[in-house]
Design a protein around this ligand. Structure first.
Ligand code: PGA
Length: 253
């Protein structure tokens, strides 16, 4: 089955409210009929203003805490997010590696996000040492298995997945389309083997996606979109990726 491409921009700890609004106005003025769905993950501080300004772009948060509320100074709950956005990133490699989140934390977040009707974008991916040690598929297997523990099969269909090899994030060192396709295919098979209709699930690729490499990546049969960091910070490069994605023809599935 054909999955519609999704192009997502993860801004990380970048952009003030004013910069966010400016970006959204400029991008939406350029987007038109026939453009693929676009999703932005601005910082928390700009989410509400973004919601007010946005017309066609989808909106997500970069993180959340797994508790619905309470004495958790500095954290943001799913109940707070569901008023403002549809998506939430869960398990981004910077959350895992800079902030020490483990697969069990990620599982709690997934369960809670689904309970609050948010769409989790679950990120998985191996480090350079793990790839060099030929552990990529074991790592992906473990990350997926723990993250999805206790998630009912129909609920899994509500997720979006993202394969983001850690060594490719922010490094300019992109996975080759072949490497990315192999990992995406592995993820889809993992889901299929668990009785999930994985053909319906979008799997995004993330890690140094740029206008120059996006078409090769997005052309692969199991790559259903991109999660873009650096190149989503300027309207020109992000819009360029969106336009180039329209030339992508999928061959088979
Ligand atoms: P990058 O980031 O495009 O700057 O490599 C991707 C991501 O972290 O989602």
């Amino acid at each position: 089955m054909r999955r519609q491409l999704l192009l997502a921009g993860n801004w990380k700890m970048n952009k003030t409210v004013a910069q966010t609004l400016d970006f959204i106005s400029t991008l939406e003025a350029r987007l038109g009929e026939g453009d693929p769905p676009v999703l932005l993950f601005p910082p928390f501080t700009a989410l509400y203003s973004a919601r007010q300004r946005i017309r066609s772009i989808h909106l997500g948060a970069q993180n959340m805490y797994h508790e619905p509320g309470g004495a958790y100074t500095g954290e943001i709950s799913p109940a707070m997010l569901r008023e403002i956005c549809e998506y939430v990133l869960v398990g981004h490699s910077e959350r895992r590696h800079v902030f020490g989140e483990g697969n069990n934390d990620i599982n709690r977040k997934i369960l809670r996000a689904l309970e609050y009707d948010l769409i989790p974008v679950l990120c998985v991916g191996e480090t350079k040492a793990q790839r060099d040690g030929e552990q990529t598929f074991d790592v992906l297997h473990n990350q997926l298995e723990t993250a999805l523990e206790g998630v009912e099969k129909p609920q899994v269909l509500r997720l979006t997945l993202a394969y983001e090899p850690v060594w490719a994030i922010g490094t300019g060192d992109t996975a080759t389309p072949k490497q990315a396709q192999q990992a995406h295919r592995f993820i889809r098979r993992f889901l299929t083997q668990r009785g999930i209709d994985a053909g319906k699930i979008r799997i995004l690729y993330g890690g140094s996606v740029k206008p120059a490499n996006c078409v090769d990546l997005l052309s692969r049969p199991d790559i259903d979109g991109a999660l873009i960091g650096g190149a989503s910070l300027q309207v020109d490069s992000f819009f360029d990726i969106i336009q180039k994605s329209k030339t992508v023809k999928k061959s088979g599935g």
